[in-house]
Design a protein around this ligand. Structure first.
Ligand SMILES: Nc1nc2c(ncn2[C@@H]2O[C@H](COP(=O)(O)OP(=O)(O)OP(=O)(O)O)[C@@H](O)[C@H]2O)c(=O)[nH]1
Length: 235
């Protein structure tokens, strides 16, 4: 069986949950007392998709400012970068804009950029009037509690959606809900409800990235490293 190797790096402020997302993906576990990363940590996971094995080489970078200069070592040569922010901390969303800019200027030209809003179980404390204010549809419908419903996403992106990395998709996974189409592109519901400045920035960013397209199922929910049932959103 053919084996593809995919280098993936995670970027974002300290404490947003990068390591937790990696642990959720690789070990399917969550540690509330996880230590901050020093420098970077490396893990791999191989998943089968159709007739291919996909080996993810995952570089989890440290978010603390003192390690900031090391980041290029990890995003260089990466097929994808997942920029993580914490939905309860607006400043971490501002930081991600800098990461997008830096990746555009200095990252590999074909890098796939995924944006992940983590800690969706803490939706009660998310900033009001922000891009995060929309409740994922699954919660509104009462299908699952937030914790379980969106714990899915951290895992889904990298397992069932692994091949999308090769197709150069961008995940704009800021909030869930129905995903209306604008032109030929599918846009997350949350984007339509975001404040004007945030929305313009997001749309502008998407427009400038190469070969960008969004898909409904990639945009449906927020991420949560904590949720124990990763498959609940698949239907
Ligand atoms: N409630 C909740 N807490 C989370 C979630 N993901 C991570 N955390 C917690 O957030 C804290 C920071 O998580 P880390 O995974 O260490 O964050 P990080 O981005 O890797 O931090 P650095 O290594 O310093 O860059 C820990 O206490 C985690 O348990 C989540 O989805 N929900």
């Amino acid at each position: 069986m053919a084996l593809r190797e995919l280098k993936v790096c995670l970027l974002g402020d300290t404490g947003v949950g990068k390591s937790s997302i990696v642990w959720r993906f690789v070990e399917d576990s969550f540690d509330p007392n996880i230590n901050p990363t020093i420098g970077a940590s490396f893990m791999t996971k191989t998943v089968q998709y159709q007739n291919e094995l996909h080996k993810f080489l995952i570089w989890d970078t440290a978010g603390q400012e003192r390690f900031r200069a090391l980041a290029p070592m990890y995003y260089r040569g990466s097929a994808a970068a997942i920029i993580v922010y914490d939905i309860t901390k607006e400043e971490t969303f501002s930081t991600l804009k800098n990461w997008v800019r830096e990746l555009r200027q200095h990252g590999p030209p074909s890098i796939v950029v995924a944006i992940a809003g983590n800690k969706c179980d803490l939706t009660d404390v998310r900033p009001k009037n922000s891009i995060h204010r929309c409740q994922p549809a699954v919660w509104r419908q009462g299908l699952q509690t937030p914790k379980t419903a969106i714990g899915a996403k951290a895992k889904l992106l990298l397992t069932t959606r692994g091949p999308t990395l090769m197709k150069k998709q961008v995940v704009l996974d800021v909030a869930g809900g129905p995903v209306p189409a604008i032109g030929s592109r599918l846009v997350p519901w949350s984007l339509l409800h975001a404040e004007r400045t945030q929305r313009n920035w997001l749309l502008g960013t998407l427009g400038r990235l190469q070969q960008v397209f969004l898909t409904a199922d990639l945009c449906r929910g927020l991420w949560c490293a904590k949720g124990p049932h990763p498959w609940l959103l698949t239907s």
